[in-house]
Unconditional design. Sequence first.
Lengths: 258, 352, 291
Amino acid sequence: MSDTSKTPILEVKELGIDFGGLTAVNDLNLQIYDREIVGLIGPNGAGKTTVFNLLTKVYKPTRGQILFEGRDTAGQTVVGMNRAGIARTFQNIRLFDKLTVLDNVRTGYHNSVRYSPFTAVLRLPSYYAREREIEGKSRELLKIMELDQYTDVTAGNLPYGAQRRLEIARALATGPKLLLLDEPAAGMNPQETENLMQMIRFIRDHFGIAILLIEHDMQLVMGICERITVLNYGMMLAEGTPEEIRSNPAVIKAYLGE
Amino acid sequence: MTKKKNLFQILVDDRHRARTISYTMVIAAYIIVEAMLRSGNLSNLFINLLVPVTCYMVAAIGLNLNVGVSGELNLGQAGFMAIGAFSGICLSGFFADTIPAVPRLMLAILFGALLTALMGFLIGIPVLKLQGDYLAIVTLAFGEIVKNLIMNLYVGFDRTGLKVSFVQQTFTLEEGGRILLNGPMGSTSTQKISTFTAGMILVIIALAIVYNLLYSRHGRAIMAARDNRIAAESVGISVSRTKMLAFVVSASLAGAAGVLYGLNYSTLIVSKFDFNTSILILVYVVLGGLGNINGTLIATVILFLLPEMLRSLQAYRMLIYAVILILIMLITNNQSLRAGLQSLRNRGKKDE
Amino acid sequence: MRFLSYLMSGLGLGSVYAIIALGYTMVYGIAKMLNFAHGDIIMIGAYVSFFALTRFGLPVLAAVPAAMAVCTVLGVLIERMAYKPLRQATSLSVLITAIGVSYFLQNAAQILWSSSTKVFPAVISNGALQLGELSISYLTLVTILTCVVVMVCLTLFINHTKTGSAMRACAEDKGAAMLMGINVNRIISLTFAIGSALAAIAAILLCASYPQVFPTLGSMPGIKAFTAAVFGGIGSIPGAFVGGLLLGIIEILSRAYISTQLSDAIVFGVLVVVLLIKPTGILGRKLSEKV
């Protein structure tokens, strides 16, 4: 799948972070190529979400390097990483609860469709033009994510599965090149999960982006990921295609315990 | 895509409803009060309250953006009113002989609003780095600092030009000069040029600014940052920048309100804008409902007039005011009462 | 030498701030609320001790416990009636309620005892302790000593008694404390009781140095002490002590060397600078959110 002659969109080199003497992630190497779906799996507490927080600069790494599109991201902020092209969802859903579903997606266009506060206050023509653009794009995304029936519902009142999809829609609105999904299928029933798998594939093809996802649902991970990285105790345990991972004795041992 | 809507649909559209109600309320109130003024049906006591109540409305609309929409506790709104009031008084005094009253009032309000916006920005740089109660205490501190500085500020002008000093001893004017601001004594001979009409126009402008900002990418960003700071950053919203926008607009509106207030009295001391005044405005915003601008307008009018209406009870009026304040908080936060209201509301929805 | 004597009076004023700040910080640490009515408890304490000393002719050593008793009852009563029903409410609702309570106390005092200023009788003899060239008034000495005693007792109580550790547990995690069988409501009441009793002590010390009693007497010391608590790191008991002392010293020194009129601006300016360097105060704990 991965074309080694190309430079990866994301390259992580010997990444590590310590929390007050405790090493949470260590010596992590990871490459993600354009239009690839990569899985990040591992037992609870393996440091998967910490990796996401490192990639989005919520945490500053203690060691190592994160290259995005070949550029070093040292010194970047959370906002800067999003502008560079990394968007994410959260394990414990973080929506803008008091805004409507439509407004949640609209916030995603904050940087790509801009106008000044003066334009807004004075209601200049460009305000209307930009807002129309934002609304049109947002409604389109809601349709793709099958959320159009909820358009004017307050986000905090959505059913669980719809909240997860809304987080994805909001992340996509920022126009990312790499999408990080943190347990997108958590709390979904098998039917919803099946639906989500197709949606993730569609997103990759439609938007032409790479996706890195954390997931416990092995059916989903094995079903859509082209490559999988396994994490255990903050260290990389294995890396390879779903078939290789499934038959890797170290992985089986880590998951089943001794 | 979206269908074209006729005017009626736009008026009743949920998003626009609050705004339409606001404008209607303000204009209706203006017409009624003006009619009563013309027919001489208003007591002097009430007439004297007209300009101040518009000032507090404007300051409260601003604070609602800061506290209600942006979600940061601000205990220093009166400090910005003070900056506006005394800068407006100085400007108006300086041009008293050269510019007629109405353009001078407009100029003073614009100047006061811009100056407080600048001050809000400068104060916001350190303040907005903090969070929660720490932010609140620093806004309180800034309010006190502003009050303390203005209390020791001497401003005047004579043939040689404008004179400003923090030390009374070094503050001397040539003959024929005029003192605009006399330290702890405040302003002493201001021309009263504020009018109720100007106040109501300012309320409308404040409403337009806040509503237009709310229904824009900036308004959404401010609310997103309030609802979930980390998620807001993750979609590329610079939280410090959006908080700053809300803070500066709020400060600027307080400044404009302050100018109007300052130019409504011939004498004014800065302790009028102390911590208690900040709290007073905060109470209007909280009791009106955070983020609810119509609530803010109604709460400001009622709570501002309440102590006046209780005037016949003399000493007991502030006591009653305090009890009402506590009772409102206890009742609105009563869990069983809330649940009851919610079920009533749900039933109402089903009936539709 | 003059600097040393300024420093001593700074320590004296700071001790009063520290005692008041302890009340703010304990209530904040355990009930997580800004009790804006705390300053007005001081005012009530001042009136009670004023009447105990003048109308009832009690000696100082009897007036202190009388004021403490009244303030304690009042503090607990306020907590039970106004704050307890708001445990689940937003912090803003609680803040507004506290402001309502503050207005209530101030206006009740005005109705009961009129707004005219009453002169507090001298409670500590005017003399001074001579240490070479340095003279320290007995009043300053008593104030500082009281503060130290209060601080030591409180620290021992918090760290070495069962109730104290229950208080620490509540400050850490109320839910967990409740699961461990701690009566959280009782602990919160106790916190208000201690804070209010301390306010009474502060009231007498304050009135001994500034012998005027009036209904809004508690506002400014209240705001300053609150500032001191934040300065030291709100929620931290040693923080309140350090913050109070520092604030007092800064205030006296800036009055002496910079400007009497601008001393408040300087005090609050220092607070802003400290919070910029250490956003949670000198001894405060770092806040963080789990992502």
